[in-house]
Design a protein around this ligand. Structure first.
Ligand code: PEP
Ligand code: MN
Length: 370
């Protein structure tokens, strides 16, 4: 059972205490409060865990400050939408708000290689008012002989350059809990010129110890990439682990699934599942067209498959895009064959803006069709 308080209460503690006292009368249940901070509203929820069937909802509904009481039927207690379309999926980190309103584009290098490439990529983003990027420092690679990423050594100058170009958030994969400490330490030493979203890669989609460690901190939000060889349900349960440990600020990213039925793309593009995730959970949905399509090939209309799949994602309601760019794809040390060039950025952004406008129109004009 979840008790949702009215947003922006001045003294939510008093209401929380009142509820906790009332709940303590029932045996075998515990309470756990959660805070959700968006830029428009702060929400508090009290989760009642255990044998809640015995607890009536009415007495709680009448407590001043309580907005509503939700009986949880799905396994996704924390990330679930619970049939409540008004339940917020919004959170703000370092001035960037995730949610349903705007589309955020995290364009950048798959793997950090040189200072010059990072500088010129961030410069291009800044020129188009983009404050979010991707920069891989720790690269999980299929072969031990492939470039493994520059690791913590590149963090000082990546963060410094981000500050220089007004980048507010970098999506950066961590494969080990030590990396979280390294990122935190490097950010501190650099004077916090930017922020980081911790990325869980597809290869770690069920690394429960890593998921728990990431969930045990709330300093950084989380970008969870769907497991390439597991079910959607298993991936959503992995996100529930992160939230259960204490961090509900999660973005769920589709990046394709591994099957030869997806050939000739690198993975079978799974963006048709966007409405499923949005129906079942309140997580903002991200798509990664680069790791799903995996190659720079063009349709007869002249647009790369990567751009077409972004369009398919936006028209289905995705609000975050994680995409590989590189100033010189031929020199990239990882995944250069799927990188767009910064010169393509203005067209790419215009395309997203137009498809998003089409989505907004379609939703407004069509409305529910059931
Ligand atoms: C990445 O985004 O850099 C990456 C390695 O993606 P994935 O985990 O989806 O393969
Ligand atoms: Mn890559």
């Amino acid at each position: 059972m979840i008790i949702v308080l009215e947003p922006d209460l001045e003294h939510p503690e008093a209401v929380v205490q009142h509820i906790e006292e009332s709940v303590s009368r029932y045996p075998g249940v515990t309470t756990r409060p959660y805070q959700f901070a968006g830029d428009r509203h702060h929400l508090t929820e009290i989760h009642i865990i255990g044998s809640t069937a015995q607890i009536p909802t009415e007495p709680f509904e009448t407590i001043p400050g309580v907005l509503r009481v939700v009986r949880v039927t799905s396994r996704y207690r924390l990330i679930g939408r619970h049939d409540d379309h008004t339940r917020t999926a919004e959170f703000t980190y370092n001035g960037v708000t995730f949610g349903d309103r705007d589309v955020l584009v995290f364009a950048g290098l798959c793997a950090v290689d040189t200072r010059e490439h990072v500088d010129s990529m961030m410069k291009a983003l800044a020129a188009h008012g983009i404050t979010t990027t991707r920069m891989g420092a720790y690269k999980p690679r299929t072969s031990p002989y492939d470039f493994q990423g520059l690791g913590k050594d590149c963090l000082p100058w990546v963060f410094e350059l981000a500050g220089k170009h007004g980048i507010r958030m970098i999506a950066m994969e961590v494969t080990n809990d030590r990396h979280i400490d390294e990122v935190r330490q490097a950010l501190e030493t650099a004077g916090r010129p930017t922020g980081v979203m911790l990325q869980v890669g597809t290869r770690n989609a069920q690394n429960f110890e890593l998921l728990k460690r990431i969930g045990q901190q709330r300093e950084f939000p989380v970008l969870y990439k769907r497991g390439m060889g597991i079910t959607l349900e298993e991936s959503l349960n992995a996100c529930e682990y992160v939230a259960h440990e204490g961090n509900p600020d999660i973005v769920f990213c589709l990046r394709g699934v591994k099957t030869h039925l997806g050939d000739p793309h690198r993975n079978l593009v799974d963006f048709g599942q966007i409405p499923v995730i949005r129906r079942q959970t309140r997580l903002p949905v991200c798509v990664d067209p680069s790791h799903s399509v995996g190659r720079m090939v063009f349709a007869p209309d002249g647009l790369p498959d990567i751009i077409h799949t972004v369009g398919q994602a936006i028209i289905a309601g995705a609000t975050v895009v994680l995409v590989d760019f590189h100033p010189h794809p031929e020199k990239a040390l990882c995944d250069g064959g799927q990188a767009l060039r910064p010169e393509a950025l203005p067209r790419f952004l215009r395309y997203i803006e137009r498809v998003r406008a089409a989505y907004t129109d379609v939703v407004r004009d069509t409305g529910p069709t059931n």
